[in-house]
Design a protein around this ligand. Structure first.
Ligand code: ADP
Ligand code: MG
Length: 155
């Protein structure tokens, strides 16, 4: 995919309430405007990369780009699961991400168990891939810490 790595950020909005959190896999949703800006070659499927809430630490993430049921499946949605345990929800905060690689196409599963198993396998693949040196360098400090960098540079 030509557009990878793809850097973007946006406010965390309420999702579809599909109960991801109840499964232990909460997914932070981006607003429509962020999704609309996705380059055309970034198709639906499961991706991995780096994510940061506000100007906090950068963590590994897995992301699903799928079809948005609210728009009769003609618009995409972007849902990020950050591989980190947060003490509190962060709706309304700015989520910054970089998508660095593709894991697999979207699938439908015949049971909740097989869905959860697939997600855990996606998470372990993401963790492993992101340890590679070429991906470490994509935690670009200038992108993830814009405010701190400005202060340090005296702007
Ligand atoms: P929604 O349908 O509103 O997206 P979810 O059940 O998917 O609800 O939960 C997502 C919310 O959980 C996020 O918007 C965020 O505020 C919170 N959250 C807490 N921990 C995480 C995490 N590790 N990754 C993503 N979101 C998280
Ligand atoms: Mg969600």
């Amino acid at each position: 995919m030509r557009s990878l790595p793809y850097y973007c950020r946006g406010e965390v909005v309420r999702g579809f309430g599909r109960g991801s959190k109840e499964l232990g896999i909460p997914t932070a949703n981006f607003p429509e405007t962020v999704v609309d800006n996705l380059p055309g070659d970034i198709t639906t499927g499961i991706y991995y990369g780096w994510a940061s809430v506000g100007s906090r630490d950068v963590h590994k993430m897995v992301m699903s780009i799928g079809w948005n049921p609210y728009y009769k499946n003609i618009k995409k949605s972007m849902e990020t699961h950050i591989i980190h345990t947060f003490k509190e929800d962060f709706y309304g905060e700015i989520l910054s991400i970089v998508i660095v690689g593709y894991i697999r196409a979207e699938k439908s599963f015949d049971s909740l168990d097989s869905l959860i198993t697939a997600i855990y396998s996606d998470i372990s693949e993401a963790k492993e891939k992101l340890d590679l040196p070429e991906y470490q360098s994509m935690k670009d400090e200038n992108f993830f810490r814009p405010i701190e960098n400005k202060i340090m540079n005296g702007h």
